[in-house]
Write a protein that binds this ligand. Sequence first.
Ligand code: SAH
Length: 356
Amino acid sequence: MREALLGRTREELKELLRARDPKPYRAHQLFEALHRRRIVDLRAATDLPLPLREALAAEYVITDVEVADVFQASDGTRRYLLRLRDGVRIESVWIPEPYADTICLSTQAGCPLACQFCMTARLGLLRNLEAGEIVAQAWLILNDLYGPEAKPKRGLNLVLMGMGEPLLNYENVMKAIRLFCDSRGMNISQRRITLSTAGVVPRIRRLATEPIRPELAISLAATTNALRDQLMPINRRWPLEELLAACRAYPLRRNEWISFEYVMLEGINDGEEDARRLIRLLRGIRAKVNVIPYNPAPELPFASSPESRIARFQQILRAAGIPTFIRRPRGREIAAACGQLAARQREDLAALLTPS
Ligand code: SAH
């Protein structure tokens, strides 16, 4: 099977082209054609000589990731089911918003963490995604919506909040981020990329040292170790004190905040006491909080908190001076919302949506 070009740095393309055409600018031209113009056929890389294009096309494909299915919700959210080279399926989500659009990317197929409220956890870890497979998600979606060679018409945010734990696939995730940010490529600002982690503490410390790094979000979901141990078993390895100490030590840039995501589970973590404990935990951190109403799945044993309770939670945090936002669920009816990603196909979805 031909290897893919997407996911290679300009240095790596230079290496690959060395034997065929050692002119140093060829790699830049190829990189631009792939990432900035998003050509879908190597023959369209018209600044390269025709024989070179043909030689490349004979040996390589641009990407080996394919769109297997697309689901569109009434709010405009689109869930993309993608098929990887080895048949493994992953998902990415397109979320249109008033001022900029967001693409939610997966970093692993499945996930090794066992968060009790998340459907992706049910899959277990199938494998890490390669940098090219992470880049391909945004590339395929932009080409699907705008077509190749067309610039996105609006601002674009990338969130590494799909399937998987990004900090457990550190090298590939960071490589993908550098490719997204490359000024000769998609040229996305690092400040428009957000990485969300369940709390892999040593990797948070390492992220802090990166010259190019995304904004950081932490999935908290609980304010005591006893509860967090239950809901997010990763907490047994790196408990709240260690996680929050790493956040406190994290060097923030100008106008940078750490976001804390807090999924609201009725009767479990949504009380006034929880809100007050959260305020204490976040002391000394430039933090904002995204409260996420729980997105249900028939397989999971939780219920979504009533709106009044969510509003009360927000009010308590805001009164303490913590900017707190309620994340409106997007694409629930197509299983595209937070925590619902489980690579569902049309048949699975039909079964889910048919009342039994
Ligand atoms: N593994 C990373 C990236 C996934 S982000 C992390 O944990 O941060 C996915 C976000 O969705 C997390 O903040 C998680 O807490 C949240 N989430 C998971 N299941 C959910 C559900 N059923 N309803 C609402 N949010 C959920």
